[in-house]
Ligand binder design. Structure first.
Ligand code: PBG
Length: 326
């Protein structure tokens, strides 16, 4: 035999020398859930290990992430139902929970990048990402005005990266134009470019109590039977001024990540979503898998598929693991 692939695997040293991909702490973005109040933390029951924090405790969490070497957090406010309405008005409140939190984090950790989600659902009494008319239709162009205001408001509060997760047509263009006009030419847009209508978002909707009150999100989020359709979204977001493109969910969509990476010169992000986290934690709790090892393998698979960065609820524990390995 001339060809013995096992020669290149014969010990840890040669394996590390030929290794094609690696996971670093600086690949990771940590999503965080915020609640109002003081000294409050609440477990998200479908996401063991993940909590909603009041701002004081959230700052401690951000400090720990910062000390671990994590460079970016993505913030999601969990609002009381009394603050939700049809037009997501609370998203425009300059003193809202999210806005206050952005300012506090920027104040204490100026170099920590803050990413904020742009979509109506956490603020909407309908639980949809867009404006709902009396027949249950999600109105595209009317929603854009709200998304633009939301984005400007987040940029004003100090958000570094605006993350439109709503899947309305033309949102990146609308947001980019407004940011340029208002002097926020250094604010990035990480677009949820290929965001699928997915059952993997269940635990996240528990965390924010943001599930749609009626209907589903299939008229705006993509049909998971499709992959070529993602190319159309990629071309649109590139032309409209996005800085980073994202695929979501992640683990069942590695083919889409690969396609995206080979069809754009922009950086590609993957969102390892709540349901993917929950499945690993549940099986780990039952003793059926080694959750830590499976999580690491999952995150490396995103890198192998071509992702430049990963949003994951595993970010903190993986950063601890990676720091220990190094
Ligand atoms: C809001 C939004 C969702 C997620 C991120 N931003 C939920 C949804 O679209 O229903 C999901 C994140 C996750 O499941 O971890 N538009």
């Amino acid at each position: 035999m001339f060809n013995r692939p096992r020669r290149n695997r014969k010990n840890a040293s040669i394996r590390s020398l030929i290794r094609e991909n690696s996971l670093g702490v600086d690949d990771l973005i940590a999503p965080l859930f915020i609640i109002d109040g003081k000294n409050k933390s609440e477990e998200v029951s479908s996401m063991p290990g993940i909590k909603r924090y009041s701002m004081d405790l959230l700052l401690k969490e951000v400090k720990e992430l910062h000390d671990l070497g994590i460079k970016c957090v993505s913030l999601f406010p969990a609002l009381d139902d009394s603050l939700k309405d049809k037009h997501a008005s609370e998203s425009k409140n300059p003193d809202g929970l999210l806005q206050r939190t952005i300012k506090e984090i920027k104040n204490k950790f100026p170099e920590m990048l803050i990413m904020t989600d742009v979509a109506m659902d956490p603020y909407s009494s309908d639980g949809h990402d867009g404006l709902v008319d009396e027949n249950g239709n999600i109105l595209n162009d009317e929603t854009l005005d709200i998304l633009v205001e939301m984005s400007l408001n987040q940029a004003q509060a100090g958000s570094d990266i605006i993350g439109p997760s709503d899947m309305m047509d033309g949102r990146v263009m609308a947001i980019r134009s407004a940011l340029e006009e208002e002097g926020f030419n250094n604010t990035l847009i990480m677009s949820y470019t290929a965001k699928y209508a997915s059952a993997f978002y269940g635990p996240f909707r528990d965390a924010l109590d943001s599930a749609p009150k009626s209907g589903d999100k299939k008229t705006y989020q993509m049909d998971f039977h499709n992959s070529t359709e993602a190319l159309r979204e990629i071309h649109a977001d590139e032309a409209e001024g996005a800085d980073i493109l994202m695929v979501k969910p992640g683990i069942s969509y590695l083919d889409v990540i690969r396609d995206m990476k080979s069809s754009t010169s922009l950086p590609v992000a993957a969102y390892n979503v709540s349901g993917e986290y929950a499945m690993v934690k549940a099986a780990d709790e039952k003793g059926w898998i080694d959750g830590d090892a499976v999580a690491y393998e999952m995150l490396v698979s995103f890198k192998r598929a071509g992702a430049d960065m990963i949003l994951s609820y595993f970010s903190k524990e993986m950063a601890m693991k990676i720091n220990k390995l190094n």
